[in-house]
Design a protein around this ligand. Structure first.
Ligand code: ADP
Length: 516
């Protein structure tokens, strides 16, 4: 096993990796930018190294600074988390050159599978279906138009180096292609330093279903079931679950085997995810491979009882996979919500700033992977994800019930969050029935734009029952306020500040139970 591991990341994923290292008794080294001096991952680490200013380019994306921190600390391995340098082949090479193990696939496998067009070619070579479209990058807007005519409209232009929905534009007709090509290309150039695009037919109501794969360096590879990630806002995942409510045993096997074929063909090792779109006829199409640990890995961990981070580390240390495909058993159901500091009432603008009070939920079946605490200031330089709330249940209904409870128990004041949105989504008939597709949430949000998603009391079209519940809640709140202000009136000159503040809290707190 490794002597000491550096975590080249921040936030909840740095904390997640730290927790695995603590359990494995391996010392953990954190790195942090100036904006992260007081971050949780720094507090929890055995050692921490400052690596520069807040701007990612000069800290978390600096290969040199991270390698030199690892050398200084005497680390023999680096876990990259997700994002930042996790899918950067040059970083994996630099680790190798410095005699430090990169916990992930080889640089070569990352290159073969990280480029979307290269991965599409590989998938079609091994007989895995891909979405109709181009296998090579497009040389011009004219070529894009010809490709779109061939594939049919609507189509989507995507960045070869794509990720996070950047450099992606849908085109509804011929007249939109030239402008979309220009916009997507310059966005991709800005984000990835690579403006190349390709084109796919845009599927109308697909599910996003992805397969977790895990391979060791001895030729063994397994798939660990699927994750359903169809609740998305603007092509970004918001809620994920395992298993998928749209899955069958045959489809799982077919998708799992296709994923393993693709990963094997790319010489892949360690943990990776093969993403697919699945249409209404349950036909699946390869989308891309993510050559790293995913944000949503906990739902797979909860239904497989495996610890993916520990397995990543053991595989990187040269160990054999301790089980085979037939040992992989899925139990129960897990659902995850990505908790963000953002304001659903103002176009989901990030809402960084100081968290006045943070209280994570608990109780049966609840897991919280977070990176914040009361009094922590969420920096505005990075992705404003606070953490993930994950619920496990013996079946999907129990997982939903537990997640609703967890959402209602969670407190994060002083900043705006998307908690209220989760409370609403988890109550919708479509979600409860599992009838979701990748544009479902965007359509739901535009249909319900009059609802202030952060404030449940503003629901417009309520049933009589719902109105009664809201009125009761309002009356309850009013009487609580009256009681609290009576109490405040009783506060005498001799009462301590502590007592007065403690009582004031009663008045400040809004009830946040979702109306049925
Ligand atoms: P990125 O790597 O930028 O996240 P992906 O290729 O993984 O991009 O796609 C992200 C999301 O965009 C998918 O989950 C899906 O919602 C949507 N999408 C991508 N390609 C298509 C397509 N051909 N048809 C319909 N939706 C698509």
């Amino acid at each position: 096993m490794f002597k000491k591991i550096l975590i080249a990341n921040r936030g909840e994923i740095a904390v997640r990796v730290l927790r695995a290292l603590r359990e494995m008794n391996v010392p953990a080294v954190a790195v942090f930018s100036e904006a992260d001096r007081a971050s949780l991952h720094v507090r929890l680490a055995d050692q921490a190294y400052a690596i520069g200013p807040a701007a990612s380019r000069e800290s978390y994306l600096s290969v040199d600074k991270i390698i030199s921190a690892a050398k200084k600390a005497g680390c023999d391995a680096i876990h990259p988390g997700y994002g930042f340098l996790a899918e950067n082949a040059a970083f994996a090479r630099a680790c190798k050159a410095a005699n430090i193990t990169f916990i992930g696939p080889t640089a070569e496998a990352m290159e073969r599978l990280g480029s979307k067009t290269a991965a599409r070619q590989l998938a079609s070579q091994v007989g895995a279906p891909t979405v109709t479209g181009t296998l090579d990058p497009l040389a011009s807007a004219d070529q894009a138009l010809a490709a779109a005519r061939k594939a049919g409209f609507p189509a989507v232009l995507k960045a070869v180096a794509g990720g996070g929905g950047k450099g992606m534009r849908t085109v509804g007709g011929e007249g939109e292609v030239a402008a979309a090509f220009r916009d997507a290309s310059s966005e991709a150039l800005n984000a990835f330093g690579d403006g190349r695009l390709f084109l796919e037919k845009y599927l109308l109501r697909p599910r996003h279903i992805e397969i977790q794969v895990l391979g060791d360096e001895h030729g063994n590879m397994v798939y660990l079931g699927e994750r359903e990630c169809s609740v998305q806002r603007r092509h970004q995942k918001v809620i994920e679950e395992a298993p998928s409510p749209g899955m069958t045993l045959e489809l799982r096997r077919a998708m799992g085997e296709a994923a393993v074929r693709i990963a094997r063909a790319g010489g892949y090792t360690n943990a990776g995810t093969v993403e697919f779109l699945v249409d209404a006829e349950r036909k699946f199409y390869f989308l891309e491979m993510n050559t790293r640990l995913q944000v949503e890995h906990p739902v797979t961990e909860m239904v497989t009882s495996l610890d993916l981070v520990k397995l990543q580390i053991r595989i990187a240390a040269g160990e054999k996979l301790p089980f085979t495909q037939k040992d992989v058993v899925l139990g129960g159901h897990a659902i995850e919500c990505r908790l963000y500091a953002e304001d659903p009432d103002s176009g989901f603008l990030p809402s960084p700033g100081k968290i006045r009070e943070y209280r994570a939920p608990g109780g049966p079946g609840i897991r919280v992977d977070d990176g914040v605490y009361s009094g922590f200031t969420v920096p505005n330089e990075y992705d404003p994800m606070l953490g993930k709330l994950i619920a496990w249940g013996s079946d999907r209904a129990e997982a939903i019930a537990r997640l609703r409870r967890a959402v209602a128990e969670t407190e994060a004041t002083g900043i705006k969050t998307n908690l209220g949105l989760f409370a609403q989504i988890l109550e919708t008939d479509d979600f409860v029935r599992g009838e979701i597709y990748t544009r479902w949430l965007d359509e739901w949000l535009s249909k319900n734009s009059e609802r202030r998603t952060g404030d449940l009391a503003a629901k417009a079209d309520l049933s009589l029952d719902q109105k009664a519940v809201l009125i009761a809640a309002a009356l309850g709140h009013l009487s609580q306020q009256t009681r609290a202000s009576e109490m405040q009136n009783q506060v005498g000159a001799t009462d301590s500040r502590w007592k007065i503040e403690g009582r004031r809290e009663l008045v400040d707190r809004e009830p946040r139970r979702p109306a049925k």
